[in-house]
Unconditional design. Structure first.
Length: 270
C-alpha cells in the first residue's frame, strides 16, 4: 500500500481512505493501486467482514487524475505501449478491470461519500455495494469507462444527467436508489461505520451469498456485457474530437471538467 491510501481496522470493519485531499482524491494510477492493495488486504483478513471507503478532505473524489505532476511522472516512468492500443489497454486495466474486481469483492463494501463524487468518483462509488452520503454530497456521472449509470439510476435518468450535466444532490441520489442512506456531514463517519458493523455481524457466508445472488442477477441481465460495450463507446469518443486534440490524439488531452466546471454546468441547468 502507498501514502495515497490509508488502511485501518475497527473491529470487524476495515476503513479504507483515499488520501489525496490536495487534488480532491483524483484517481491516479498510484491511488488505484493502493485501493486494490487495501481491498485485497481486507479480503485476506478473516477478522474483517465489511469495508467502508472514505475520502480525505472536502470532497470524496473529483474523478480521474488526468494531469497532476505525480500522475504524469508515473506515466513516464511506467508507460504503456504508445498509440491507441496502449491507451485502450491502460483504460481497461485501471478503470474497468479494477472497478469490476472491486464490485465482485466477496465481502460487503460501503462508500461513505461527502462533497463532490463526480466522473471517475461515481465509478468507484458505484462499485461499492452500498452508499451512505452526507447531505452535502453531490454526484455526477459522465461518458466514462465503467458505465454503470443506467443500472444505478435507470436508463432515461442516466441519459438526462449525462447530457445536461446537472449535479445530483444526496437526496436526489437517495430517491433514485443510488444512495442507501443520507445523514449530516458530522454524522457520516458514525452512520457509515454503524451500518458496516451491523452488516459485519451477519454470518459471513450468508452476507457473501446475498451479494452473489444480487450480482449474479445483474450479470444474468447483461451487466458485464453492457460494461464492456460501454468501454468501447468510451474509447470511440475518447480517441476522437470529444476529448483529444485532433493533431496529437495521444499526447495532448483537452481539459476535462473538474469540480468548478461541474458546479458551473449544474447552475446552468437549474
Amino acid at each position: 500500500m502507498n501514502e495515497t491510501v490509508l488502511y485501518e481496522k475497527a473491529g470487524a470493519v476495515a476503513r479504507v481512505t483515499m488520501n489525496r485531499p490536495r487534488v480532491h482524491n483524483a484517481q491516479s494510477r498510484v491511488l488505484l493501486e493502493g485501493l486494490d492493495e487495501a481491498f485485497a488486504e481486507a479480503m485476506a483478513d478473516h477478522d474483517v467482514r465489511a469495508v467502508v471507503l472514505f475520502g480525505a478532505g472536502p470532497h470524496w473524489s473529483s474523478g480521474h487524475d488526468i494531469g497532476t505532476p505525480e500522475e504524469l511522472a508515473d506515466r513516464d516512468a511506467r508507460p504503456y505501449r504508445p498509440g491507441a492500443d496502449g491507451h485502450h489497454q491502460r483504460s481497461w486495466d485501471w478503470n474497468v478491470e479494477n472497478t469490476m474486481r472491486w464490485r465482485d469483492l466477496p465481502k460487503p463494501t460501503l462508500a461513505a461519500v461527502h462533497g463532490m463524487c463526480i466522473y471517475g468518483g461515481w465509478m468507484i462509488a458505484s462499485a461499492m455495494d452500498l452508499i451512505v452520503a452526507a447531505d452535502n454530497a453531490q454526484f455526477l456521472p459522465f461518458l466514462f469507462q465503467y458505465q454503470s449509470t443506467p443500472w444505478d439510476i435507470g436508463a432515461r435518468r442516466a441519459k438526462d444527467i449525462m447530457w445536461e450535466q446537472g449535479l445530483l444532490t444526496a437526496e436526489d441520489a437517495h430517491r433514485l436508489g443510488f444512495v442507501s442512506q443520507v445523514c449530516t456531514p458530522a454524522d457520516l463517519d458514525e452512520v457509515a461505520m454503524a451500518k458496516a458493523h451491523r452488516i459485519a455481524a451477519l454470518n459471513p457466508l450468508l452476507a457473501q451469498m446475498i451479494k452473489r445472488q444480487v450480482n449474479d442477477a445483474q450479470d444474468a441481465m447483461g451487466f458485464r456485457t453492457a460494461i464492456a460495450a460501454g468501454h468501447s463507446a468510451y474509447m470511440i469518443a475518447n480517441l476522437g474530437h470529444a476529448f483529444f486534440d485532433a493533431e496529437n490524439p495521444f499526447g495532448s488531452r483537452k481539459k476535462m471538467p473538474g469540480i468548478d466546471e461541474a458546479r458551473e454546468r449544474a447552475e446552468r441547468t437549474k
